[in-house]
Design a protein around this ligand. Structure first.
Ligand SMILES: Nc1ncnc2c1ncn2[C@@H]1O[C@H](COP(=O)(O)OP(=O)(O)O)[C@@H](O)[C@H]1O
Ligand SMILES: [Mg+2]
Length: 249
C-alpha cells in the first residue's frame, strides 16, 4: 500500500483451541497513527484476535506482524523488548487493590526499567495529569469511581510511552457520558503521544466517535475492514444493522 505505513498486519490468521476453530480467516491491517476498532457480536473472536496481536496465543509465522514482529515466536529477551513497546488496557481495568493509584501506574516502570524512584514518581505524576487524575495519586483503587478506575488503567497502559496501545472493551460498564469522556481521552492521548490504537468494543457510539478503521468480525472471520462510512453502507446486512441499531440509542 502506498503512502502510509502499516504498523500491524494480520494475514490469513487462524486460531484453533481444544480442537475448536475460533478464528478461521482474519485479514486486516492498521496504519500508523490510526485508531482501529474491532467490532462484532459476542463470541465473534474479538478478544482472541487481540490475544494473537499480543503474542499470548501462537500465530503462524506470517500471520501476525506488529511493528514488524510476530510476538508469539520471539525469544524471551526479544519478547521483553516487544512488551516495552505496547500498552494494554484490559476490560476489567485490573489495578492491584493493595497498591495506590500512583504505585499501580508506576509498576511497568519499576518492572521494565532501572529508572530512579524520583524519576518514576515524576513520570507517574505527568501521566496521571494527562488523564486528569493527578489528585488521586495516593488513593487506593477502592476509593475511585468507575470512570476514574478506567483512567488510571489507561495511565498505566501509556506510562512507557508505547507506540501501540491495545484496549479490550475499555469503556465497558460506564454510563454514556463517562464513556464519551474516556473515548475522547483516548483520542487526545493518541494525538499527544503519536500512538496507534487497536480497540475492541461492542459500543456503536464509540465506533462512530473514534474509528479511523473498522474491522468487523463474524464467527471468527473478518468480513469487513474499512472506514465507518463504508461500513454503514456495507453489502453485509449484519454490519449495516450493527450501525443502525446503535444510532437509534
Ligand atoms: N481458550 C479458549 N478455549 C476454547 N474456546 C475459547 C477460548 N477462548 C475463547 N473461546 C471461544 O472462542 C469464541 C470467541 O471468543 P472471544 O474472542 O472471547 O469473543 P469476543 O471477544 O468477540 O466476545 C467464543 O465462542 C469463545 O467461547
Ligand atoms: Mg471479548
Amino acid at each position: 500500500m502506498e503512502g502510509k505505513h502499516s504498523i500491524i498486519e494480520v494475514k490469513d490468521l487462524i486460531s484453533v483451541m481444544n480442537n475448536t476453530v475460533i478464528l478461521s480467516d482474519i485479514n486486516f491491517h492498521v496504519e500508523q497513527g490510526e485508531i482501529a476498532v474491532i467490532i462484532g457480536g459476542s463470541g465473534s473472536g474479538k478478544t482472541t484476535v487481540l490475544k494473537h496481536l499480543l503474542g499470548l496465543y501462537h500465530s503462524m509465522d506470517q500471520a501476525v506482524s506488529v511493528m514488524g514482529e510476530n510476538p508469539s515466536v520471539l525469544e524471551e529477551h526479544e519478547q521483553k523488548a516487544f512488551y516495552k513497546k505496547i500498552g494494554v488496557m484490559y476490560q476489567e481495568g485490573a489495578l492491584l487493590k493493595s497498591l495506590t493509584v500512583g504505585e499501580n501506574v508506576g509498576l511497568p516502570l519499576e518492572q521494565h526499567t532501572n529508572l530512579p524512584p524520583d524519576f518514576i514518581t515524576e513520570v507517574v505524576r505527568l501521566k496521571l495529569q494527562m488523564v486528569q487524575l493527578e489528585n488521586a495519586i495516593d488513593k487506593f483503587p477502592s476509593q475511585l469511581s468507575g470512570g476514574m478506575l478506567k483512567r488510571a488503567a489507561l495511565a498505566r497502559a501509556i506510562v512507557m510511552d508505547p507506540p501501540v496501545l491495545f484496549c479490550d472493551e475499555p469503556g465497558s460498564g460506564l454510563d454514556p457520558v463517562t464513556l464519551y469522556a474516556l473515548d475522547e481521552l483516548i483520542i487526545n492521548l493518541k494525538e499527544q503521544l503519536g500512538m496507534t490504537v487497536v480497540m475492541v468494543t461492542h459500543d456503536v457510539s464509540s465506533v462512530l466517535h473514534m474509528a479511523d478503521r473498522v474491522i468487523f468480525l463474524e464467527k471468527g472471520v473478518s468480513i469487513f475492514q474499512g472506514t465507518v462510512k463504508d461500513a454503514k453502507y456495507s453489502d453485509h446486512a449484519n454490519i449495516r444493522e450493527f450501525f443502525a441499531r446503535g444510532m437509534g440509542e
